[in-house]
Structure formats: structure tokens, C-alpha cells
Design a protein around this ligand. Structure first.
Ligand code: 13P
Length: 255
């Protein structure tokens, strides 16, 4: 089974930041991590700050991206932002299917699948979030839930669409909760996702990274990202504090 070489750490700033805050935050991260070169690093910002992220990070080893994208290419979709608009700012990543969107904005697995493929069509890297609720975990159906989320995409676009992509296993109960998944839980689910994608023997999927998200911090990053099955982390709160984010990146870089 193909294993990726470089781990990846992506910050999801969610609906946080301002021009002033970002200016300091991005520069602090950029300077501190300038020699970190054995991992990929990304920061996903709110749309209005893509230009600022591009200006600050364009000459650095840090990539940037968005936290969502429209499922349509263009047209009468008030308030939406197309993938072509994201590429205007040289965005590398687009998060799709984050549970904070699928829950609060009723985003369906079908729409998430379309978004995933539209991001791929512009050679950007989709960062697909999958994961179960606490009730689903307690019912022991987390594998089925995650498999359904992934299979909706595979049925529509085939296994090949997962090449050069990132899937983040983000159990919903671990997000914003200070209760990260245990290394055993993260290992089990990341392996489950990897086996599911690779069970299609007709396609070899290169450079699919499977990462973990949900209450990652500098105290648990080594245990979680040190697992062979975990190719990195998607960081929420830990990416809002520059020192903490820098520490997490350095830890993953040292692995
Ligand atoms: P926290 O790291 O704040 O738990 O958020 C995780 C997350 O939702 C990343 O997308």
C-alpha cells in the first residue's frame, strides 16, 4: 500500500482573524517555520483574507486555502465563492465537508462530493472532513458512517478522484472539545479509511494523505501524528495561537 512521504499540518482558522491579527499571526508563523521543510504546512482562512494570506505567504514554505467552496462553477448563487475565484488567489487547499458546515448549513454528502471534485478539477488539494457523532460512536457505527461519506464521492467520481487529496478523520465529538481521539481510535479509523480507498485494486492512489483533526495540540501532536497511519493533522484552536501552531509543526517536522 502506498504511504505518503511528507506529513502535513493544516490550520483551520474558522471564522476568526482580522487584517491586524492576521498580519502579525501569519508573519510570526512564516518566520518561525521558514526552515521547516520535511512537512507540508497550510493555513485555511476565511475568504476575505485569501489575498492577505497570498501576499504574506507567497514567498514562503507555507500554503494557504479556504474553508469551503461553491459546488457550482459560476452563476446566480448569491454569497457563494467559486473554485476559479480561489485559484485567482493561488489557493492550494479547500476544506470540504467540515462538520461545522454540514451540521449548521445542512450540507449533504452529495454536495460535498461535487465540491470535492470541483476542487480537484482546478488542481487544488481538497481536504475532505469525515467523522462520526458521539451517538454514532457509542452505537459502534463509526466505520459505516465514515464509509458512507467516502463512498458517496467514490460512486460519483471513481476512486481516482482521491489522488493527491487529503482526507481528515475528524470525529465530531473531538472537535472543540478538549477530548481528542485516543491514538488507538485515530489509528483504527485512519487505517480503516486507507484500506477502504485502497481496496479498489484497479486504481493505485498516489499521495492520498489521511490526517487527524479534533483537539490536536502541542501535548498530543507527537502521539497522534507519530502514528504511521496518521499523515498529519488539521488544527482548529491550536492554529489561532502562533506559538502553539509553530510548536505543533515543529513536533510533526521532527518525526
Ligand atoms: P479544534 O482543533 O479546535 O478541536 O478543531 C478541529 C477542527 O475542526 C479542525 O478543522
Amino acid at each position: 500500500m502506498n504511504k505518503v512521504s511528507k506529513k502535513v499540518v493544516v490550520g483551520n482558522l474558522k471564522m476568526n482573524g482580522s487584517l491586524d491579527f492576521n498580519e502579525k499571526h501569519f508573519n510570526q508563523i512564516k518566520i518561525a517555520l521558514k526552515d521547516v521543510n520535511t512537512i507540508d504546512i497550510g493555513i485555511c482562512v476565511s475568504y476575505p483574507y485569501l489575498f492577505q494570506a497570498q501576499m504574506i505567504f507567497q514567498d514562503s514554505n507555507i500554503s494557504w486555502g479556504s474553508q469551503n467552496v461553491a459546488k457550482d462553477e459560476k452563476g446566480p448563487f448569491t454569497g457563494e465563492v467559486s473554485v476559479a475565484m480561489l485559484t485567482d488567489f493561488n489557493s492550494k487547499y479547500a476544506i470540504v465537508g467540515h462538520s461545522e458546515r454540514s451540521t449548521a448549513y445542512c450540507e449533504s454528502d452529495e454536495n460535498i462530493a461535487t465540491k470535492f471534485s470541483i476542487v480537484k478539477s482546478k488542481s487544488m488539494t481538497p481536504l475532505l472532513c469525515v467523522g462520526e457523532t458521539l451517538i454514532e460512536r457509542e452505537a459502534g457505527i463509526m466505520e459505516r458512517v465514515v464509509a458512507n461519506q467516502i463512498e458517496t464521492i467514490r460512486k460519483k467520481y471513481g476512486t481516482n478522484v482521491f489522488k493527491n487529496s487529503i482526507i481528515a478523520y475528524e470525529p465530531i465529538w473531538a472537535i472543540g472539545s478538549d477530548l481528542a481521539a485516543s491514538p488507538e481510535q485515530a489509528d483504527h479509523m485512519c487505517n480503516f479509511i486507507r484500506n477502504l480507498i485502497h481496496e479498489d485494486k484497479n486504481n493505485s492512489i498516489d499521495d492520498l494523505k489521511i490526517i487527524y483533526g479534533g483537539s490536536v495540540n502541542s501535548k498530543n501532536a507527537l502521539q497522534l501524528c507519530g502514528l504511521e497511519s496518521v499523515d498529519g493533522a488539521l488544527i482548529g484552536r491550536g492554529s489561532l495561537n502562533a506559538e502553539e501552531f509553530i510548536k505543533i509543526c515543529q513536533i510533526v517536522n521532527s518525526l
